[in-house]
Design a protein around this ligand. Structure first.
Ligand code: HSE
Length: 321
């Protein structure tokens, strides 16, 4: 069986979920792909924390150079989050000839050209399915199965934390603060949840989608963005009285004046497919000139759904290593 060694940067929520999912499905992965995937080095400062997994202490390192310099490591999974040092680490890994898999929407949205350029320059793969829509395989769909389409419209629920909060406020009359704490406990929220509730996380994801879907590079800071922090119980009741729910939407459409895009809380009619996307589920609606209307739905946050996308990328790369 082909063994492929992996370096993991970060054993936080998603790193732990990825480690767990790999152990949970190891036999299945070996049987169906013939791959023996081994995480042999882990960059992590906190080696004492009880994560509910067993990690041989010798795998831990606090020196990223140990991962980049290890000739046995072919794939580096970056799950540190944040723009830096994550971007620099990914570039170094690629310079060292390693393929990179990441879930890091902030780094990709900010440094898309640098990261994709480094992959091209060094002839390695850079895959990031987990960066948008968690477990929904939407990047693979857009870049492969739907690649022949020209798209005119995109609408998405792209943040699990805020969708969870809005759903609970709607269905249980819950208070904003209590539900945010719940979303954090479930591992949906960012380390700093203001990125979720202020809409910046969605802007990062929309920035990545604008490149892939429309071929237009827009930095997240240039996307008009409003979060859900000002949404009140009264707003939700008012929308409900008109047969609508409030969702934090990422939108983009081609108009005669060019591409128009924004992130904002929006009223969605209860009959619309996006109105029924609740809790940490995400959804992406696309209008393509060949495929027509298409909606993809799935869990957009949480350690295991995100790990599903991370490991899918790893397996895809490992097949060709
Ligand atoms: N904080 C993000 C969310 C995680 O809630 O959707 C997944 O990108």
């Amino acid at each position: 069986m082909k063994q492929v060694n992996i370096g993991l940067l970060g054993l936080g929520n998603i790193g732990t979920g990825t480690y767990k999912a790999l152990e949970m499905n190891r036999e299945h992965i070996e049987r169906t792909t013939g791959l023996n995937l081994q995480i042999t080095k882990i960059l992590e400062i906190d080696t004492e924390k009880d994560r509910g997994i067993f990690v041989e202490p010798a795998k831990f390192t606090q020196d990223p150079e140990e991962v980049f310099a290890d000739p046995g490591i072919r794939i580096v999974i970056e799950l540190l989050g944040g723009v830096e040092p994550a971007t620099g680490f990914m570039v170094k890994a690629m310079q060292a000839g390693k393929h990179v898999v990441t879930a890091n929407k902030a780094a990709l949205a900010e440094n898309y050209e640098i990261l994709t350029g480094a992959a091209r320059e060094h002839g390695v793969s850079l895959r990031f399915e987990a960066s948008v829509g968690g477990g929904i395989p939407l990047i693979a769909a857009i870049t492969q199965s739907l690649a022949a389409n020209e798209f005119t419209e995109l609408q998405g629920i792209l943040n699990g934390t805020t969708n969870y909060i809005l759903t609970k406020m709607q269905t249980q009359g819950a208070s904003y603060g209590d539900v945010l704490a719940e979303a954090q406990a479930k591992g949906f929220a960012e380390a700093d949840p203001t990125a979720d509730v202020c809409g910046h996380d969605v802007a990062n994801k929309l920035s990545i989608l604008l490149s892939l879907v429309f071929g237009e590079r827009v930095k997240p800071g240039d996307i008009p963005t409003t979060g859900i922090t000002d949404i009140t119980k009264e707003d939700i009741e008012e929308a409900a009285s008109q047969g609508c729910v409030i969702k934090l939407l990422a939108s983009a459409s081609r108009t005669p004046d060019g591409l128009v895009y924004f992130v904002q809380p929006s009223w969605v009619n209860k009959d619309h497919p996006l109105a029924r996307v609740n809790n940490e589920f995400n959804a992406l609606f696309l209008k393509g000139n060949a495929v027509d209307d298409l909606t993809m739905v799935g869990k957009g946050a949480g350690p295991l759904p995100t790990a599903s996308a991370v490991l899918g990328d790893v397996i895809e790369i490992a097949k060709g290593v």
